[in-house]
Design a protein around this ligand. Structure first.
Ligand code: FAD
Length: 291
């Protein structure tokens, strides 16, 4: 199934993200976690490409397994900045052979090594370069967007201008970077709609379930932490179970507010944690049952 058809449906969608294992040795435990998440029958699942420390070589295996065994529509991530044209071409062929229909087209983060390398030798500079290649291969293509502005952008206007180019090049839907204050998303949506970007936008929500995650999440995303959330971390951050419960409640609250404001598609960065995914979904069970 194509993700765009799920997103355009007026029914509320709730999807989960997983990431591939860090090494061969923990493949089975990651496979087990992703299968448990699949058993929840989310609207779809996405598998990252090398993000979060996972290796990219298993992305396709995990996507294929979940789609085949659990019939959950899969969104396969692909990054391009550190790849050659040949590698990407091979990857596209592998995805087509595996029957993959949905691809999240990303540039990938710039590592310090990449930053130091000769940019004139790069085969890809931005996600748009990858989108143009994927477009000729009949994939349903998603892209990333940043309610709080991508950290490398000069300003929001510039970032939104490049986002519009990405959509015009063939990106059919967008998923947001994590955010902890819904007003940031509402303001962003107003601005992108004004700029003529009309594709569905999936709101990306990260449940913070332990205090260590906070620093890492802010460093990765540059997200603003509202005082309400800081108080939760201050109070419960060093009590494992209490922080988990509070983090899930905070994410649930954010999602309910999004649905109440007609944001119909929410993607949870569930980080290979079936218990967290299950709890969030059950907190929303009656809401998800209704349009
Ligand atoms: P781009 O769209 O290329 O944008 C990057 C920057 O360049 C922005 O500042 C943009 O304004 C600017 N820009 C864009 N086009 C142009 C242009 N033509 N000329 C000049 N400037 C331009 N990383 C992984 O490694 N694996 C993953 O699986 C992964 N999944 C992600 C999923 C989501 C939903 C999100 C939000 C991020 C994900 N990332 C992942 C992280 C992502 O790779 C980084 O945020 C990366 O820094 C930017 O990727 P992008 O696709 O948004 O890049």
């Amino acid at each position: 199934m194509r993700i765009i058809d799920i997103l355009k449906d007026e029914k509320l969608s709730l999807s989960f993200e997983v990431f591939p294992p860090k090494s061969d040795t923990n493949f089975e435990s990651v496979k087990d976690a992703t299968e448990k998440i699949a058993l929840l029958k989310p609207s779809f699942m996405s598998v990252t490409y090398g993000a979060g420390g996972g290796t990219s070589k298993y992305t396709l295996d995990i996507a294929k397994n979940i789609e085949k065994t659990h019939s959950v529509p899969m969104l396969t991530h692909l990054t391009c900045v550190s790849s050659t044209k040949e590698t990407v071409k091979q990857r596209i062929a592998d995805m087509k052979n595996a029957g993959i229909k949905n691809v999240m087209a990303l540039r990938g983060d710039l590592t310090p090594e990449l930053e130091k390398s000769d940019k004139s030798k790069w085969h890809y500079h931005h996600a748009i370069d990858l989108i143009k290649e994927l477009k000729d291969n009949d994939f349903c293509i998603g892209g990333a967007c940043y309610p709080e502005v991508h950290p490398e952008s000069l300003n929001q206007k510039d970032d939104i201008m490049h986002l519009k180019e990405k959509v015009d090049a063939g990106c059919q839907f967008l998923t947001t970077q994590m955010f902890f204050d819904n007003n940031l998303l509402y303001n962003f949506l107003y601005k992108i709609r004004e700029a003529g970007i009309t594709v569905p936008v999936v709101a990306g929500i990260m449940p913070i379930t332990n205090a260590n995650q906070v620093e890492r999440a802010i460093k990765l995303s540059g997200s603003f932490m509202p005082q309400r959330f800081k108080s939760i971390v201050d109070k419960f951050g060093y009590d494992k179970d209490a922080m988990k419960q509070a983090g899930i409640a905070y994410a649930t609250d954010q999602i309910i507010d999004l649905y109440a404001n007609n944001i119909t598609n929410v993607h949870v960065y569930s980080m290979n944690k079936p218990d967290v995914a299950e709890k969030i979904q059950s907190n929303l069970s009656d809401i998800l049952g209704k349009i």
